[in-house]
Write a protein that binds this ligand. Structure first.
Ligand code: IDC
Length: 527
C-alpha cells in the first residue's frame, strides 16, 4: 500500500470512530436519562424527580381518615359482636327518689347462636328493683342480674331480643343515667368479649323509637295516634284532640290482667294498632276476684303489669285506660281506701303522660245507688286531679254501667274532662239501654262505651249481629269512643282470639274468634 492511500484510510477510520462515539454518547443519554412522559401538548417531559408522582400514588387525606375509621370500626365490632343496649323510656319522681323503666336489648351481630346469657347492671347504693318482665331479675348486692325466661334463652345468630324491662327506684336521676352505661353481657357465666366476623348482609339492627314512629296504622293516617292527636279533652259530649277537632277512640279491653297477663305486651298492642286501626287499649284490673287487687292479688305484680301496659301503649303512641275493675264487690265504696291509694300512685306516676285515661269504677251493681257512686267519684277525682289536672276520667254508672240517664240528672260538678261509662252486650242490651244513652247525651252528659261486646251479658252465648249494627249506628252518629271486651283466648264468645290460638300478638285473621273478625272489620270500616 502507498503512503497516500494509508493516510486516507486513517482519516476515514478516525471520522468513523468520531461519528460512532457521538452516536453512542447520544444513545447513552437517551437510554439512561430516566422515565419520560408526554405532556398534554405532546412534548416529552421528565417527571422522574418531581414530587407530584409520589403524591398521586398515596391515599388522599380523606381516604386515610376513612381507612382509620374502618380500622377503628373493626376493632369496635370485635368488642361488640354481641352486646347489651340499655335505654330508659320513662322516669318519674317518687317520694324524693327516682323511678325509671329500663329497657334492655341484646344484639347478637355474631355468626353464632348465644345461649345462657345474663345481663348485669351495676347500680348505686340504695337502689331497689320494683318489677321486671321478659327476664328473671334479681338484685344481688349492687348488681342487678337479668337471666332468660323460658322463651328467650337462645339468641339466634344475627338477631336480637328486645322487650326485656325492669323498673328500678334509685336515689337520684344521675344514678339512673349511670346505670344505663353499666350494662354488661355474660355468656356461660363469663363476661362476653368475643369477636366473630358478621356474615355478609345478616347484621341485626337495633330497634329504635323512630322505627315505631314511622309504623303506619292500618288506615290512611301516618304517624301514631298520639303524634297526630296529642292530649285529648272533653268538649260538650265529644272527645276532641289537641287541635280541638272531634276525635273517636276505638279500642280493645284486656280481660283481667291477672287472668291473662301474657296479652299485656307491646307486640300485641302494635298488632292492634297496625293491623286493626286500634288507637286505645283498656287495662282491666279486677279488684275483687281472680287475684283481685284488693283481695288475693299481688299488688306489686299487678301494678307492674299496668305499667307494662301503659309504657307499651305510650311507646306506640296509643291511648290507654287504667281501669279499676270492680264487679263482684258491687259498690265502689267497698274498697274506696285502696282505690284512693291506687289512683294517687297511678296519677303521680303518669302525671306527665297525656295519653292515660282513668276509669275509676268499672261497673257498680247489686243495687248500688248513683249517690254512692257519685260520692265515691267526688273523693277519687280530686286525688287524680292533684297530679294530673287534665286527664280524662271515666266514672262508672249504676246497673253495670247502664244508668247514664240517672247520672245525667245529677252529674259530678266542678271538674272538666269527666265522662260516664255506658257498657252494653248487644245480645242482652238493646233499645232500652240505647234510649238511656240518647237521653244522657241530650242532657249534655259525655258518655264513653268503655266496655261492650256483641254476645250476651255473660260474655258468652250467641252473637247478635243485628243489635251490634244498631249499637254502632248510635256510636258513629254520636262520635262515641269505645273499647271491646276482651283480649284473650278464653273459650267464650267475647274473647277476640280463638281458644285454639296460643299466640299473644301478630294474629292473622285465621287466629281471630268470630267476635274478633267482626270487630276488626268494624274498626276498619268493612262491615
Ligand atoms: C267476665 C269475663 C269472664 C269472667 C267473668 C268474671 O268475660 O271470662 O269469668 O267476667 O266475673 C262485664 C264485666 C266483665 C265481664 C263481662 C262478661 O265488666 O268483667 O267479664 N261483663 O260477663 N259486665 C258485663 C259483662
Amino acid at each position: 500500500m502507498s503512503d497516500v492511500s494509508s493516510k486516507k484510510t486513517n482519516k476515514l477510520l478516525i471520522a468513523i470512530i468520531a461519528v460512532l462515539t457521538v452516536v453512542i454518547v447520544a444513545l447513552a443519554i437517551v437510554l439512561f436519562s430516566g422515565d419520560k412522559g408526554k405532556d398534554d401538548s405532546g412534548n416529552i417531559t421528565d417527571t422522574s424527580n418531581s414530587s407530584e408522582a409520589t403524591v398521586t400514588d398515596a391515599p388522599t387525606s380523606e381516604e386515610a381518615t376513612t381507612q382509620a375509621e374502618k380500622q377503628e370500626e373493626k376493632e369496635e365490632t370485635g368488642k361488640l359482636d354481641c352486646y347489651v343496649v340499655l335505654s330508659s323510656s320513662n322516669s318519674w319522681e317518687n317520694n324524693g327518689k327516682m323511678n325509671a323503666q329500663i329497657d334492655a336489648q341484646i344484639i347478637n351481630d355474631s355468626g353464632s347462636e348465644k345461649k345462657d346469657w345474663e345481663i348485669r347492671i351495676k347500680v348505686a347504693q340504695g337502689t331497689t328493683l320494683d318489677s321486671s318482665w321478659n327476664g328473671n331479675c334479681t338484685l344481688e348486692g349492687d348488681i342487678i342480674k337479668i337471666k332468660p325466661v323460658e322463651y328467650n334463652g337462645s339468641i339466634a345468630a344475627a338477631s336480637k331480643i328486645s322487650d326485656i324491662g325492669i323498673i328500678v327506684c334509685a336515689p337520684t336521676k344521675a344514678d339512673i343515667d349511670e346505670m344505663l352505661k353499666n350494662g354488661q353481657l355474660y355468656i356461660g357465666g363469663e363476661l362476653y368479649a368475643g369477636y366473630e366476623p358478621v356474615a355478609e348482609g345478616t347484621q341485626a339492627t337495633v330497634e329504635t323509637k323512630d322505627d315505631e314512629q314511622e309504623s303506619k296504622p292500618a288506615k290512611a293516617e301516618t304517624g301514631t295516634p298520639f303524634d297526630n292527636h296529642g292530649k285529648l279533652s272533653v268538649k260538650g259530649t265529644d272527645i276532641v284532640d289537641k287541635n280541638g277537632k272531634k276525635y273517636q277512640l276505638k279500642g280493645v279491653s284486656t280481660h283481667g290482667i291477672a287472668w291473662f297477663p301474657d296479652y299485656v305486651n307491646k307486640d300485641a298492642f302494635k298488632t292492634f294498632r297496625d293491623d286493626w286501626g286500634v288507637n286505645l287499649v283498656r287495662l282491666a284490673m279486677y279488684t275483687d276476684e281472680n287475684s283481685g287487687y284488693c283481695t288475693d292479688g299481688d299488688k306489686t305484680y299487678l301494678k307492674g303489669l299496668v305499667d307494662k301496659g301503659v309504657q307499651s301503649a305510650t311507646e306506640l303512641g296509643m291511648y290507654v285506660i287504667v281501669d279499676w275493675h270492680i264487679l263482684h264487690d258491687l259498690n265502689p265504696q267497698v274498697y274506696k281506701d285502696e282505690a284512693k291509694k291506687f289512683f294517687e300512685e297511678m296519677s303521680s306516676k303518669y302525671k306527665d303522660y297525656e295519653n292515660v285515661i282513668y276509669e275509676i269504677c268499672n261497673e257498680p251493681n247489686g243495687g248500688t245507688s248513683w249517690e254512692d257512686v257519685k260520692s265515691y267519684a267526688e273523693e277519687i277525682i280530686p286525688i287524680i286531679r292533684a297530679n294530673s289536672p287534665d286527664a280524662i276520667i271515666i266514672v262508672g254508672t249504676p246497673n253495670w254501667s247502664q244508668d247514664v240517664d240517672v247520672a245525667a240528672n245529677n252529674p259530678v260538678k266542678g271538674y272538666d274532662n269527666i265522662m260516664y261509662a255506658i257498657h252494653f252486650y248487644a245480645a242482652t242490651h238493646t233499645d232500652g239501654i240505647r234510649n238511656k244513652v240518647t237521653t244522657a247525651l241530650s242532657a249534655g252528659l259525655p258518655v264513653f262505651v268503655s266496655e261492650f261486646s256483641i254476645c250476651d251479658a255473660s260474655g258468652n252465648g250467641a252473637i247478635d249481629y243485628n243489635q251490634a249494627s244498631l249499637w254502632f249506628d248510635l256510636i258513629e252518629k254520636h262520635n262515641l269512643s269505645y273499647a271491646a271486651w276482651n283480649v284473650s283466648n278464653k273459650d267464650e264468645t267475647s274473647s277476640l282470639i280463638k281458644a285454639s290460638c296460643s299466640k299473644t300478638s301478630g294474629w292473622s285473621e285465621n287466629d281471630l274468634s268470630e267476635t274478633g273478625v267482626w270487630l276488626r272489620n268494624q274498626i276498619l270500616g268493612n262491615n
